[in-house]
Design a protein around this ligand. Sequence first.
Ligand code: ATP
Ligand code: ZN
Ligand code: MG
Length: 304
Amino acid sequence: MDMQTSLLDRLFDSGLLIDTGVEGLYGRSGAFEDVIARFERLIDAYGGRDGAEAMRFPPGMNRAHFETSGYMKSFPQLAGTVHSFCGGDADHMNLLQCMEVNGDWTKDQKATDIVLTPAACYPLYPTIAKRGRLPAKGGLYDLQSYCFRHEPSNDPARQQLFRMREYVCMGTQEHVTEFRQTWMDRGLEMMAKVGLDVTMDVANDPFFGRAGRMMANNQRDQNLKFELLIPVTSAAKPTACMSFNYHQDAFGAKWGLNLENGDVAHTACVGFGLERIALALFARHGMDIATWPADVRKVLGYQD
Ligand code: ATP
Ligand code: ZN
Ligand code: MG
């Protein structure tokens, strides 16, 4: 086999990922999905001890909540909105004629009330704020969602529609920073158990534009974001497979999340990139799960 065969080609050839003709938009085989399901059971084995409230939102969120989140200020380049045809018969005729001549038939589509979810935790904050003050012990939530980011790439680890499993913690500064540290320790332990090489590093989000560079520097200087990096397509440039984010009281203030005593809540979230973790496993242990190391198979619950 050609040594230059890329990981993406190997994934296509083995049928683990299914080409759709769009970069970063893939189908997944049953075996690929099964790896994700098994890794999620491992996440449950760690997170299940903590009594998090599980919620599952669809991959689209309330556009008004998206607007309040400020996502378009920070990451306009990544957002995806849902637009639909809302016209009458005459508009429909125009639409079909436009398509007939390969014109831009999408330009008359109207924005709906739905925006694609950019991170699993986005629908959570307004949901919790609506309940009123947080309970005395704070809040802990277990989320999983397909997320959209407009970042087409031929790197199989950079997809446009991918799943994020998250735990989100709300409470005092001490409470949420301890939560984040606990998951940093757990993340390292979990990845070691499945035979993956990891490094932890401080990171920043890709804030847009010139003002964004200052926000990114500030995020780094204050150690607000860490990433757990694992080799996927390159050992020299490992991929972020988990992130650990401390928002200080920014989300608490924005959404009106308050502690029992009325103080603004601090929040933190930890995210697992489920496709990236599966891809790291295939890149490390090979495309054939039957030949993965026995200890790794055991941790993931495969029968021998
Ligand atoms: P990167 O720096 O690689 O763009 P990120 O900082 O944007 O990652 P987060 O916003 O922290 O990532 O998202 C949480 C997790 O979701 C990441 O740690 C990663 O595992 C996963 N993730 C992020 N973007 C993608 C993507 N385009 N495709 C697949 N997984 C992703
Ligand atoms: Zn989050
Ligand atoms: Mg990114």
